[in-house]
Ligand binder design. Structure first.
Ligand SMILES: [Zn+2]
Length: 197
């Protein structure tokens, strides 16, 4: 990969978006658009990670590591440079799709009272929390049609794990929420373990 291609990849994956998709939350603003937050690279207890979205750079005052989104991917996933690039390229393809799916499932949640009741039973009652965690509901049998209508090709849906090999929605009657760049589903009917709601 030449310099131009690397720059292009970095431009397409803003560091801030990548961090937030991996459950990072900015804790306090620093001025000039910069943020401090807990460092996901070491056991951090007070925010020591500085993120500059304008320069797409991070630096941790705790563990002393810093760099761009590629460096972050290397450290976070504990892989070498070429693997980090591969992960980011894959991410670039799948991320918009997962975001679209999460958005669609977020809308479905409010159309299915059984899903809302399920959350309520498990103590998830605040609309703010549901919004913040981007919790949604997958009724099944409607995501594929929605995404293909938006122009996403079926092989991409399969690759993202949203549709099964035979073409059905992968998530059926499940509470879904995005976590660490993936979509997680929990069945309504299964006796799910308590906690971690
Ligand atoms: Zn750190």
């Amino acid at each position: 990969m030449n310099h131009q291609a690397l720059d292009e990849l970095k431009r397409q994956i803003p560091l801030m978006g990548y961090l937030q998709a991996h459950d990072w939350h900015p804790a306090r603003p620093l001025g000039r658009g910069r943020w401090m937050g807990l460092c996901p690279l070491h056991g951090d207890h007070k925010p020591s990670l500085l993120v500059d979205p304008n320069k797409d750079l991070f630096y941790c005052y705790g563990c002393g590591r810093g760099g761009d989104v590629i460096r972050f991917a290397e450290l976070y996933h504990q892989v070498k440079f070429p693997q980090a690039l591969a992960l980011l390229r894959q991410w670039r393809g799948v991320a918009p799709l997962l975001q679209e799916a999460a958005r669609f499932y977020g809308i479905q949640l409010h159309r299915h009272s059984e899903a809302v009741a399920y959350l309520y039973q498990r103590g998830v009652r605040s609309p703010e929390l549901i919004e913040h965690m981007r919790i949604g509901y997958a009724p099944g049998g409607c995501l594929r049609g929605w995404l293909t209508q938006l122009g996403y090709p079926l092989p991409a849906l399969r690759q993202a794990g949203l549709v099964t090999d035979v073409g059905y929605d992968a998530y059926m009657r499940r509470i879904v929420f995005p976590l660490e760049g993936n979509l997680y589903g929990r069945s309504l009917s299964a006796s799910a373990p308590a906690g971690r709601a």
